[in-house]
Design a protein around this ligand. Structure first.
Ligand SMILES: C[N+](C)(C)CCCC[C@H](N)C(=O)O
Length: 379
């Protein structure tokens, strides 16, 4: 495995003037990462991009991490030809997508058992606390119980992650009017990062909403799997769940709770990116880029901070998602908030906070680190 070394500031800044291509450079267009500056380079070689002038026609091979040409892929494929004239090649969008998918999926698998306990604590009143919920889930449903509803989020994380990072990056580009290269030298203000994060959060909600609804419905099924004689669960799986919701509630039913999700995610994803950016800048000397340890810690705390702020609306969102047309208990977000507080006290808004925070650190540390790492590795 390549060794992760601290990001090195200023590397490759000469490439644009060479007119050549460095597909590893820059934030990768749509899915440019907030914390990505220059380096985070696997290995220690310093020249992997092509150094041939534009139009020289010299076939290029992508070098491996030891500096050799391990892959004989053209460094600047046809689709990227247009970028030659004005700027170096950006990271291939498909790589950004796959990196977003894998990093999101890694974080997701790690965090899903915590998520199941959280959703159950938030929507059911039969558990006395985290440990009680874990013990009952394990006894009743075995380890599999903790992984209910996981296949759909894994599939959705590809779309959700690339939409989130893509919209974030492009909003930042529109706000700062600086190219990715210039952005390293002139970092965006925290206000700009916040606005871009909120915009990314707002847009990704509409990809996330149906997947999240199905996840919550499946996680709330407490029937043990395949016991002979036991009643079958209401939903047999994600596809059956989606089909049943469409049938019983109409296609709009798939967006149940979407408004609460929008209120939850829009400001808190702004906070997420600002926290990550702030922590990286605080622990990194001027002119250098954050180390992998800094990325891990900043990613972890960005997750905890944003989830801490998001928890009250997360409770409301989960409750609204669980209400079907036959059991429509709430008239809207405010009604759900008022009735939950009346019946269960203000503490209801913090239900799941501990487990959310415990989950958030590893999930987001792994997500940020693997995302950065994969892009550099493939670059
Ligand atoms: C904005 N909000 C706090 C809701 C989520 C922010 C972190 C998202 C991450 N994929 C995770 O699952 O932890």
């Amino acid at each position: 495995m390549p060794q992760l070394v601290p990001w090195e500031g200023g590397l490759d800044k000469t490439r644009p003037s060479e007119g050549g291509c460095d597909s590893r450079q820059g934030g990768g267009g749509a899915a440019h990462h907030p914390g990505r500056r220059q380096g985070f380079r696997p290995g220690s070689h310093s020249s992997r991009g092509c150094s041939h002038p534009v139009g020289s026609g010299v076939p290029q091979g992508r070098r491996d991490r030891t500096g050799g040409h391990a892959l004989s892929l053209p460094a600047c494929p046809g689709w990227a030809a247009a970028c030659h004239r004005f700027r170096p090649c950006q990271t291939m969008p498909v790589e950004e997508f796959v990196a977003g998918w894998i990093s999101g999926a890694l974080g997701l698998v790690l965090g899903h058992p915590f998520d199941t306990v959280k959703v159950r604590l938030q929507t059911q009143t039969t558990y006395r606390g985290i440990i009680d919920c874990m013990v009952k889930t394990y006894r009743h449903e075995s380890l599999l119980g903790f992984f209910k509803g996981m296949s759909f989020p894994i599939a959705s994380i590809a779309v959700v992650n690339s939409v989130l990072f893509g919209v974030y990056s492009n909003t930042l580009l529109a706000l700062t009017a600086t190219s990715h290269q210039e952005r390293w030298a002139q970092p965006p203000s925290y206000t700009q990062v916040f606005i871009a994060g909120c915009t990314g959060g707002f847009v990704q909600v509409y990809c996330l909403a149906p997947f999240d609804l199905i996840k919550v419905r499946l996680q709330n099924q407490t029937e043990p799997r395949a016991r002979p004689g036991s009643p079958p669960p209401r939903y047999r799986g994600p596809v059956h769940c989606a089909a049943s919701i469409c049938q019983e509630e109409g296609p709009r039913g798939l967006f149940r709770g979407a408004w609460a999700l929008t209120l939850r995610d829009t400001p808190t994803l702004g906070i997420y990116f600002v926290t990550y950016e702030w922590l990286c800048r605080q622990s990194t000397p001027d002119g250098q880029n954050p180390s992998s340890a800094t990325v891990l810690v900043a990613g972890g705390f960005a997750g905890i901070t944003s989830w801490a702020v998001a928890t009250p609306l997360d409770v409301i969102k989960s409750r609204m998602q669980m209400a079907g047309p036959k059991h429509r208990v709430y008239r809207g977000v405010l009604d759900c908030m008022a009735r939950s507080a009346q019946q269960e006290g203000l503490g209801v808004f913090f239900r799941g906070l501990t487990i959310n925070s415990a989950r958030a650190f590893p999930v987001n540390a792994v997500t940020f680190l693997s995302y950065e790492y994969l892009l550099r590795w493939w670059g």
